[in-house]
Write a protein that binds this ligand. Structure first.
Ligand code: ZN
Length: 98
């Protein structure tokens, strides 16, 4: 049985009990950048700093968030990072693992 699409939508949109954790990775080199607690449905357009729960690797240069490989992942806007959609990928932690 293939995974039902509606199951994915459900856990993404409800947020369940705050277990909607995403691992953000560089799309160029696949390096893990940080873990992010996402609230609400939809794309990751911004990452609020207060919801970054773990940092693996990134560097801040001239207001830009960069991967170690040099790829620009986003722009530092103060309270959040404005993300460049093509520069990163993310995967969610499904609640059944917890
Ligand atoms: Zn990279």
């Amino acid at each position: 049985m293939p995974e039902k699409a509606e199951n994915r939508v459900q856990w993404t949109e409800t947020g369940l009990d705050g277990r909607n954790m995403l691992t953000i990775r560089c799309s160029a080199c696949k390096q893990k950048l940080w873990k992010y607690k996402k609230l609400g449905p939809g794309e990751v357009l911004r990452c609020h700093k207060t919801r970054i729960t773990r940092v693996y690797a990134y560097k801040l240069e001239g207001g830009k968030i960069k991967c170690a490989c040099g790829q620009v992942i986003g722009i530092d806007k103060g309270k959040y990072f404005k993300m460049i959609r093509k520069a990163f990928t993310y995967s969610g932690t499904k609640d059944h693992k917890l």
